[in-house]
Design a protein around this ligand. Structure first.
Ligand code: SF4
Length: 507
């Protein structure tokens, strides 16, 4: 029998959450390095280099790998012979750990969780509560897995109940392109097959927490149907040509994990959950001997990849930018932005467009004329930082506001991540505006380009407030140009054909 003390448990989970906020798992770092080596698409290779470089910087600086520090999931396997020395229940102890980890003054993490999700969506301010699963297992140990999952990838979870005779592989291949790039590939697909509806989803999530080992499986060969599916899906998903950040390229996934479970003879439930460039999880065991300690990756675990802007990148002065200059940019082109930007996410867009619709003035100091807006919700800064990690959020959520913003504010364009929908692209074209992307998963690297930050509107919204950032050489890629050409359409198309052996011009 082992006795688990409350303090050891809470300290271990707190430390684990801090640890995964700034250390990518070693296997994932290695997989990113292999993807970078293999990648032939220049835009995708540049994005992977940014993610690797940002990952190393996060580890060195003990600052989050992504501004979305996720919603916490905790999986507990409690040995039947474990005894607790605690006055609290498991849920309270886990949530105490989440509170401590996310409000740690040395490395504050972004509080993203809202209560009353279908109502007023009030932020809980400390990222509680976590989503907790526990099961009883034989033995006298407590096994704990913690994960923190960003919304960009979690929002792309999909589920279907297929007919037993349906083609499961085809369902995955039809589904993945529909996810777009908001899940920040390259990442991992978790596939759960069988059980019931909720069991399949749980299997997919648990599959994502397994180590990246597709190359070992390729070398030894499959022994089960689930392993056969992993190999087939890994090749076929990558052959879709989606590539890093959806820019088109050879690596969309660095692994596909499959878990299955017996199901009803009339059912074939299947769940798909992607994990993103900010893959974050840690597995450890408590045996009653004290809190857990974790071994960080060593400097040599990162591949020798150090991102620097390409020599031919276009320098853009945001203080003297005209619509004519914007019109000259082309999809795939790298820009280095210097000057002032405004920021805004969902709630700010809703408020601004409602003010515009009512013909009311915008808050004092909020002038978007000839400016770009950056879709971002940064982490709070610590001493010496203008702003904490500040990578892009998914632009698709702002599509419905785009036309009103371009019509009513004089904006020249936006910066976010992932593709835009047809209506937003059409609006960009009609307004001679452009949509740029920053690399999702390279939040710390991006934040280094932000020299100053101040809130200019809606301070009560916290990370959703509108900031003015002063940036210097902030790296972005043109995703939709002023003619309405989108790299998220052309890039994957070209690379899918290239991978299939069809000769194409990649421009
Ligand atoms: S890498 Fe992308 S999907 Fe993942 S947490 Fe960051 S912004 Fe969200």
């Amino acid at each position: 029998m082992s006795v688990i003390r409350q303090d050891d448990f809470v300290t271990s989970v707190t430390d684990a959450l801090q640890f995964i906020s700034y250390y990518h798992p070693r296997d994932f770092i290695r997989a990113l390095g292999e993807a970078w080596e293999r990648e032939q698409s220049p835009a995708a290779r540049d994005a992977i280099a940014q993610i690797i470089t940002s990952s190393r910087m996060s580890a060195e600086g003990h600052r989050p790998v992504c501004q979305d520090t996720g919603i916490v999931s905790v999986f507990l396997k409690v040995g039947m012979q474990v005894q607790w020395e605690s006055g609290a229940d498991i849920e309270s102890m886990v949530n105490e750990a989440v509170h401590r980890a996310y409000t740690d003054p040395a490395n504050p993490l972004r509080a993203s969780v809202v209560r009353d999700p279908a109502g007023n969506r009030e932020n809980t301010r400390d990222n509680t509560p976590a989503v907790i699963y526990s099961e009883m297992v034989p033995g006298d140990k407590l096994e704990i897995t913690v994960a923190a999952k960003g919304a960009g990838s979690e929002n792309k979870a999909r589920f279907a109940v297929l007919n037993p005779s349906d083609d499961l592989v085809q369902w995955v291949l039809d589904t993945v392109p529909q996810l777009g790039a908001g899940w920040c590939p390259p990442g991992i697909l978790g596939i759960g097959i069988g059980g019931t509806a909720e069991k399949a989803m749980l299997l997919a999530k648990q599959a994502l927490l397994e180590p990246v080992d597709i190359h070992a499986l390729q070398a030894r060969g499959p022994q089960t149907r689930a392993e056969e599916l992993r190999l087939e899906l890994y090749d076929k998903v990558n052959a879709l040509g989606i590539g890093a950040q959806g820019l088109g390229g050879l690596t969309t996934v660095v692994d596909v994990k499959v878990r299955d479970y017996p199901t009803h003879a009339a059912s074939l439930p299947v769940a798909l959950i992607p994990n993103c460039a900010a893959t974050r999880h840690l597995h450890f065991t408590l045996d009653g001997s004290g809190p857990a300690s974790f071994e960080p990756p060593r400097p040599e675990d990162w591949p020798d990849v150090h991102w620097a802007p390409a020599a031919d990148a276009r320098h853009v002065d945001l203080e003297n930018l005209s619509r004519e200059q914007v019109a000259a940019w082309r999809p795939g082109e790298t820009l280095l932005l210097s000057g002032r930007l405004l920021t805004g996410r969902d709630v700010a867009h809703k408020r601004i467009t409602e003010l515009l619709a009512r013909g009311e003035p915008l808050p004092k100091g909020l002038n978007f004329s000839s400016r770009f807006i950056y879709y971002v919700g940064p982490v709070d800064p610590v001493s010496g930082e203008a702003v904490g990690p500040a990578g892009p959020t998914t632009a698709t959520r702002m599509d419905k506001f785009t036309d009103a913003m371009l019509d009513g504010t004089g904006l020249l364009g936006m910066i976010g991540k992932a593709e835009r929908g047809p209506a937003a692209i059409d609006s960009l074209r009609r307004h001679g505006a452009a949509y740029l992307i920053a690399t999702g998963g390279a939040a710390y690297l991006i934040s280094r380009a932000i020299r100053a930050a101040r809130v200019v509107a809606f301070p009560e919204l916290g990370m959703e407030a509108v900031y003015e950032f002063e940036v210097e050489n902030m790296p972005v890629t043109v995703a939709v140009d002023a003619r309405g050409d989108s790299i998220h359409r052309s890039g994957p198309e070209q690379w899918r054909m290239r991978i299939a052996g069809v000769a194409v011009e990649t421009g």
